[in-house]
Write a protein that binds this ligand. Structure first.
Ligand SMILES: C[S@@+](CC[C@H](N)C(=O)[O-])C[C@H]1O[C@@H](n2cnc3c(N)ncnc32)[C@H](O)[C@@H]1O
Length: 212
């Protein structure tokens, strides 16, 4: 896709979900599980090592009880935003957390130019307004700050948006790029296949970009 092209919005049907109940119902109970296997998690951590500033102020969007950040880095501050209080409370990498349903309110509760890096791990497929969230992320991040979006081939099918369910892995990478281009705040978009051991471990894809 041409970097200068801003794609038109997808139709509303693309963002429907089988389970249209408020997300707070689905996420009311904690899930102290990992959503991808260990080699895939280690790959996420390696991507963070490569792209997120080691002493930065980091936002973990759609966070849970683990953030996968490299333990050797001493980030100035790490903030998580997610849906389940018990999960976020147990996350030892967070200095602070916020509970907010981004499908209900995609405006992030932070000042402009707050974060020097952000991540969304195995969660972008649950956003019904991904472009609005990515647009507002551009507001709260500093110019040049990296955004690392990672995903695999698993999801909670009743909560993933319809267009995600219709696409294969390659299609997911292009869809995330499309959302980023549509949001308009991002440049230097990289689409990466970092699958650790193809055919053995969970695949791991990333779309990395920088805030304009
Ligand atoms: C599959 S889990 C991934 C959690 C974590 N990022 C990880 O790597 O383990 C999906 C996460 O997305 C968050 N989430 C789902 N829907 C959300 C929403 N509408 N607004 C904010 N966060 C949401 C949930 O709190 C949950 O932690």
């Amino acid at each position: 896709m041409n970097i200068n092209t801003r794609p038109p919005p997808l139709p509303p049907e693309a963002f429907r979900r089988y389970d249209e109940a408020p997300d707070e119902v689905f996420y009311q109970h904690p899930r102290f599980v990992t959503h991808i296997d260990l080699p895939a998690i280690e790959t996420v951590t390696q991507l963070y090592r490569e792209y997120l500033p080691a002493n930065g102020i980091i936002l973990d969007v759609m966070s849970s009880w683990i953030s996968h950040l490299p333990v050797e880095n001493e980030y100035t501050r790490v903030v998580g935003l997610g849906m389940n209080k018990e999960e976020l409370e147990r996350n030892t990498q967070l200095d602070d957390y916020v509970i907010q349903d981004l499908n209900d309110n995609p405006v992030l509760p932070f000042e402009d130019n707050t974060f020097s890096g952000a991540a969304i791990c195995v969660s972008i497929d649950y956003l019904t307004r991904p472009v609005d969230v990515l647009q507002d992320l551009g507001r709260v991040m500093t110019s040049g700050a990296p955004l690392v979006i990672t995903f695999s081939n698993r999801c909670f099918p009743t909560k993933a948006i319809a267009v995600w369910q219709r696409l294969d892995d390659r299609g997911h990478i292009d869809l995330v790029e499309r959302f980023i281009l549509e949001a308009g705040h991002w440049t230097e978009i990289q689409k990466l296949d970092r699958s650790p051991v193809p055919g053995v471990s969970d695949p791991l894809y990333a779309v990395v970009s920088r805030c304009i």
